[in-house]
Design a binder for this molecule. Structure first.
Ligand SMILES: CC(C)(COP(=O)(O)OP(=O)(O)OC[C@H]1O[C@@H](n2cnc3c(N)ncnc32)[C@H](O)[C@@H]1OP(=O)(O)O)[C@@H](O)C(=O)NCCC(=O)NCCS
Length: 167
């Protein structure tokens, strides 16, 4: 089945929340876990609408058979940081390793270039080899490390790498 990448639409809100809750439960790489995000469908639809109205930001979704299996968001900063934007990306575990992450990343980079964004930045768990490999493949470089970036539910910490793509 083909995977299509497109901008999220407000009517995707319900499916997007279900997707976000799924990915939270599947890894320890995100800011939340299996409890999911406390967000209503109305609020999610509003976030999508706002993203679509602000040309510098974007939320892309990967859909397979109409169902969301991945997402990538880019959010630009303002004023003296307006040349920078933050990336977030995830794919459901069942679809890993099939190129969807790469395709989402390509769309984000294309969007950032069109918006004259100069730096795409992200934070990634230092042990998230798959994501780091993906970012390196597209030219991201490690610019630093952030010890104790996450404090997990069991009181252990996770260190993160800071990575930038200079466009
Ligand atoms: C990181 C993530 C988005 C990658 O998505 P994906 O759809 O698997 O990505 P792709 O299929 O495009 O793979 C991209 C690259 O991953 C790397 N990769 C694939 N399998 C790997 C493995 N077993 N070990 C290490 N790296 C691997 C390769 O470099 C691959 O490129 P290739 O196709 O040239 O081999 C996905 O694993 C994910 O959502 N993880 C959980 C959430 C997360 O960690 N998000 C990032 C937070 S910073």
């Amino acid at each position: 089945m083909d995977v299509i990448i497109e901008k999220a639409r407000p009517e995707d809100a319900g499916d997007l929340i279900a997707f976000l809750n799924t990915i939270g439960a599947e890894t320890d790489n995100l800011t939340y876990g299996g409890e999911g995000l406390p967000i209503s469908q109305e609020k999610e639809a509003e976030i999508i609408r706002e993203k679509n109205e602000s040309p510098r930001n974007a939320l892309f979704v990967a859909k397979k058979g109409g169902k969301i299996i991945g997402n990538a968001s880019i959010e630009a900063f303002s004023r003296r940081m307006a040349h920078r934007a933050e990336l977030g990306i995830a794919v459901v575990r069942a679809e890993w390793g099939q190129g969807t992450g790469g395709r989402l990343l390509e769309r984000v980079i294309e969007h950032a270039k069109a918006q004259k964004i100069e730096i795409i930045e992200l934070e990634v768990r230092g042990d998230n080899e798959r994501a780091i490999r993906l970012y390196q493949k597209y030219g991201f470089v490690k610019i630093g490390a952030y010890p104790k970036f996450f404090k997990m539910e069991d009181n252990t910490y996770a260190d993160f790498d800071l990575m930038n793509l200079y466009l």
